[in-house]
Structures are given as C-alpha cells and as structure tokens.
Ligand binder design. Structure first.
Ligand code: S3P
Length: 169
C-alpha cells in the first residue's frame, strides 16, 4: 500500500469526513487541503475567493499539494476543483493512491443544498440553478476524476470497505 492516499471528488462527496476516519483506520496522519490553506492564509475559503480571487486560491492549492506530497503516511482530502487544474491530477497520481469518491448529481444536490453558502462556487446559485450547475460542472470535471487509481461508489461506502480496498493494492 502506498504511503499517501488522496481522496478526490466533487464538493459534497464526503472527502473530509471519510478522509479523517480513513486516516485513523490506517494509522496515517490526515490533512484536508482546504483547511490547511485556510490556516496558512488566516482566512476562510469564501474570504480568500472574495479578497484574492479564484486564481490565487488555485495557486495556493498547487503549493499546498507540492508540500503535502513530501510527507509520508498521510491521507489527503483534496478540494473538489484541485484535480482539474493543469496537471494536478497527474501530480496526484504520482504522489500516491488517488481515490475518486463517485456520487450522482442527485445525491450531490441533496447534500450541497444545505452547505452551499460555505462554497464560493455555489453560493449565488438559486435552488433551480443549482441542479443544472452541478450536472454541468460534474460533466466538466469527471474526466479528470476518472484518471484516479481507484473509483469507488460513495453512496454506501464505509471506511472499513475503503481500508480493505487500499490494503489490497
Ligand atoms: C471547490 C471545492 C471546495 C473548495 C473551494 C473550491 C471546487 O472544496 O476547495 O470552494 O472548485 O470544487 P470541497 O470539495 O471540499 O467542497
């Protein structure tokens, strides 16, 4: 098994919750890229988008990934847009075992309806616009996500199942 595991997938696919539990199960450290960026910047993701813009945020994602890939025994929960920037998906595949947590647009919608204000890309979308936007963005991003080493169905995924899958790689 690789000494680094990177969870990738759309906003709301459960990367952070699953990642912290997975790290405990594997006895690895856990880092959520967004939380680390927020800590280093001293401000929240919405404030980073407001004050610096998305392009700067994407640069910080790149820098954060570069740093994290130097560490060992680590589960990394990545931001939903990170694997879709330039060659970051290729870099992630070199960094460790990448796991795409797949969920349907319908499931993502029900999860994201509750938490969209925390997400700059979703906060201005009306109820009606949200489903169309999720479907469109998922389609744009899926070919990046599908380059992952493993693709798992996030619907009924448990940490035990994911641990077993990873230990068999
Ligand atoms: C983003 C996803 C967010 C965060 C930022 C941008 C995206 O992370 O990095 O709001 O482009 O999909 P989560 O996937 O953890 O919500």
């Amino acid at each position: 098994m690789h000494s680094r595991v990177l969870l990738i997938g759309f906003m709301g696919s459960g990367k952070t919750t699953l990642g912290s539990r997975l790290a405990r199960s594997l006895n690895y450290d856990f880092v959520d890229m967004d939380q680390l960026i927020e800590k280093n910047a001293g401000m929240s993701i919405p404030d980073i988008f407001n004050e610096h813009g998305e392009a700067i945020f994407r640069k910080w994602e790149q820098k954060t990934l570069d740093e994290l890939c130097k560490r060992e025994l680590l589960v990394i929960s990545t931001g939903g847009g990170a694997p879709c920037q330039s060659s970051m998906m290729e870099q992630m595949n070199q960094c460790g075992t990448t796991v795409y947590i797949y969920l349907s647009a319908e499931t993502l919608l029900s999860r994201l309806q509750k938490s969209r204000t925390e997400r700059p890309l979703l906060k201005d979308k009306s109820e009606n616009e949200l489903m169309e936007y999720i479907k469109w963005l998922l389609k744009e991003r899926e070919h990046f996500y599908k380059k992952a080493s493993l693709i798992v169905d996030g619907e009924k995924l448990t940490v035990d199942t994911l641990t077993k899958i990873l230990k068999s790689t």
